[in-house]
Design a protein. Structure first.
Length: 176
């Protein structure tokens, strides 16, 4: 996950965030007989890359992730590369409270060696990204089907994201 260093970004970082808890926590809970459902909040960052920049972006991002691993950063996220459509990279970070998210970010920002590596990676990635945006979503049980799921047992997940205004629907129609 990349960090931007301005006031708006700092606010977004505190309001951002792991669609899935760390693998070790999932395994420990699974072994203890506990189920792991979705986080209460999900931060989704969508990076659209410029043409022919995928390799350079992947290399830079891998260096950033390695720096985070070596520093034992408390943050966790899932990165996904689009297989079809435009050249997009998505980062998912789930969290259950904004206080926990803030504490994790404060811990991360207090690691100067890691922050230097992240700033260097950000400088390398900036010319490769055409557009990026982030958004926060909340888990709504009333809008969800089969909400008593256990993420530790899931191998695949489909995420549907709709953009644009919703049109009023008067009903369903079938052609025959």
């Amino acid at each position: 996950m990349r960090y931007r260093f301005n006031a708006t970004t700092a606010l977004c970082l505190f309001a951002a965030g792991l669609a899935f808890t760390p693998a070790q926590a999932i395994l420990a809970q699974h072994d203890a007989g506990q189920t792991q459902g979705p986080s209460k909040y999900l931060f989704l960052e969508n990076d659209e890359l410029k043409p022919n920049t995928s390799f350079a972006y992947a290399k830079s991002q891998a260096e950033e992730v390695q720096a985070m691993r070596e520093s034992k950063a408390p943050e966790h996220f899932v990165g996904m590369w689009g297989i079809t459509g435009a050249n997009h990279v998505l980062y998912l970070h789930g969290f259950d409270s904004f206080a926990d998210l803030q504490k994790g970010h404060e811990t991360t920002f207090a690691m100067p060696k890691m922050m230097d590596a992240m700033k260097a990676a950000e400088g390398a990635q900036a010319p490769l990204v055409a557009n990026e945006h982030g958004s926060i979503y909340s888990f709504e049980k009333e809008l969800s089907l089969n909400t008593e799921l256990d993420l530790s047992k899931m191998r695949f997940m489909r995420i549907l994201l709709f953009h644009g205004p919703l049109r009023a629907r008067s009903g369903f129609s079938a052609s025959g």
